[in-house]
Design a protein around this ligand. Structure first.
Ligand SMILES: C[S@@+](CC[C@H](N)C(=O)[O-])C[C@H]1O[C@@H](n2cnc3c(N)ncnc32)[C@H](O)[C@@H]1O
Length: 188
């Protein structure tokens, strides 16, 4: 499985990209009305930072984590270029507990990364009461991306452990003939 979990694969992928930042996730921008007007946001599996930078530009205090050093150094380059401060940490979400972050957040975002169930409890613990967990990803295997496998697809059952929290909204949508799902939970 390439999409989640293989750091060398991601390293080569980020290395082969031009030093240009991709545009931030459109559905994140569409959901900003759910977010508090200010506060601390954790970007989980941030990649090279397109969403972290979008949120930092809006004035949020952003902490970005990923297991790929190459991705984090690109993020830092893009942030410095705009005089934005974004804290970063290299962490393998399949192995490392997030307890070491020793911080609390108002929002956690996770775009195109499916966490293992053990991390869900970490997210709950890292969020302030009434904090939001925003998750967006593929709902079905996209027809044009062979790197995304059945295991990478987000399903309700992957998030069952969050059931004691409030599901504020779930949206299923299509873009360019690919199917996505976006969840927002409020942590109780
Ligand atoms: C599809 S990219 C999404 C990046 C970013 N969220 C975005 O929307 O541009 C998936 C990201 O997950 C990261 N990743 C995959 N497995 C991981 C793991 N076990 N721990 C931490 N990060 C991981 C990869 O390095 C990559 O940056």
């Amino acid at each position: 499985m390439n999409y989640m979990g293989d750091s060398n694969w991601w390293k080569e992928r980020f290395k082969s990209r031009k030093l240009d930042m991709m545009i931030h996730e459109k559905s994140l921008e569409e959901d900003m009305s759910y977010f508090p007007p200010q506060g601390k946001i954790l970007d989980v599996a941030c990649g090279d930072g397109r969403n972290s930078i979008y949120l930092a530009r809006l004035g949020y205090e952003v902490f970005a984590i990923d297991f790929c050093e190459e991705a984090i150094s690109r993020l830092t380059y893009f942030a410095n270029r705009e005089n934005l401060t974004i804290r970063t940490r290299i962490l393998d979400l399949s192995q490392d507990s997030l307890k070491t972050l020793e911080d609390k957040f108002d929002v956690i975002i996770m775009n195109h990364y499916k966490p293992i169930s053990q991390r869900l409890e970490d997210f709950e613990n890292l969020l302030n009461i009434n904090g939001l967990l925003w998750v967006n990803g593929f709902r079905t295997v996209p027809f044009d991306n062979p790197d995304v496998k059945e295991n990478d697809i987000m399903q309700d059952k992957d998030f069952e452990l969050l059931n004691k929290n409030m599901l504020v909204d779930k949206k299923i949508y299509e873009s360019n003939r690919r199917e996505f799902v976006r969840y927002i939970w409020r942590i109780q």
